[in-house]
Design a protein around this ligand. Sequence first.
Ligand code: DC
Length: 231
Amino acid sequence: MDKKIAIAIDGFSSCGKSTMAKNLARRLSYIYIDTGAMYRAMTLYALRNRLLQDGNLDQAALKSRLERIDISFCRNADGVSEICLDGENVESLIRGMSVSNAVSIVAQEASVREKMVLLQRQIAAGKGTVMDGRDIGTVVLPDAELKIFVTARADVRAQRRYNELKAKGQEASFQEILNNIEMRDRMDLNRAVSPLRQAPDALVLDNSDMTLEQQDAWLNQKVEEVLHGHC
Ligand code: DC
C-alpha cells in the first residue's frame, strides 16, 4: 500500500487551489482541509456578531470569544466535507462578497491564526492530507512531503471567479472582483503574521495558460514522484 503523505497547496486567491486540492484528495482517498474556509467562517462570525463593522475589527472582543467559537468540518448530504460554524453548515454563506471583502482583516489577527493553525494540525495529524491555504508549506505543515505554490495572473483569476459567480446566478462585477483579488494579494503578501510566501522547497505551478487537464497531469506526475520515487 502507498505511504500516506501530507500535501500542502499554497498560493494566491482564486487560483483554483481548492478545486485542485479537493479533486486530488478524492483521487487519493485523503482528507481535504480548506483552510480558507476556516478563516471565512471566522469572518462570518465576526460580521454576524457586529465585531467587524465598516472594516473595523474589535480585536479584543474577538480574541476573548475565540475559545468558544467552534469551527469544524461536517459532511453534507452527499458526504462532502463542508465548513461548520458552531454546528451550522455555512459553506454557501462564506463565499459571497461580504465575507470575501472582510476576510483579510480577520485573517491577519495573530490570535485567530494561532487557533486555526492548531486546529489544522490536529485535523491533519497522522492522516493522508491535502491542505490548501497561504501558510501551509511554511507554517502549518512545514514537513509536508509535497508542497505546491500556485499562481496565475490577476485578470485570469478575476475572470474565473466572475464566471463561477455568474454560473451560480449570483450578482457579480468583474471590476469589483479584480479589485478584491488585488486587495487580497496585497494583504496576503504584506501582513505581519504568516504572510503568503513560497516555501523554499515548494514547486511552482503557474496555471494562467493551462487547461484543467494539463494541470491535473502536472499534479499527478508530482504526486507519483513523491509516492513512488520516480524522477
Ligand atoms: O482561499 P480563500 O480565498 O478561501 O481564503 C480566504 C482568505 O483567508 C484569504 O484572503 C486569505 C486567508 N487565508 C489565510 O490567511 N491563510 C490561509 N491558510 C488560508 C486563507
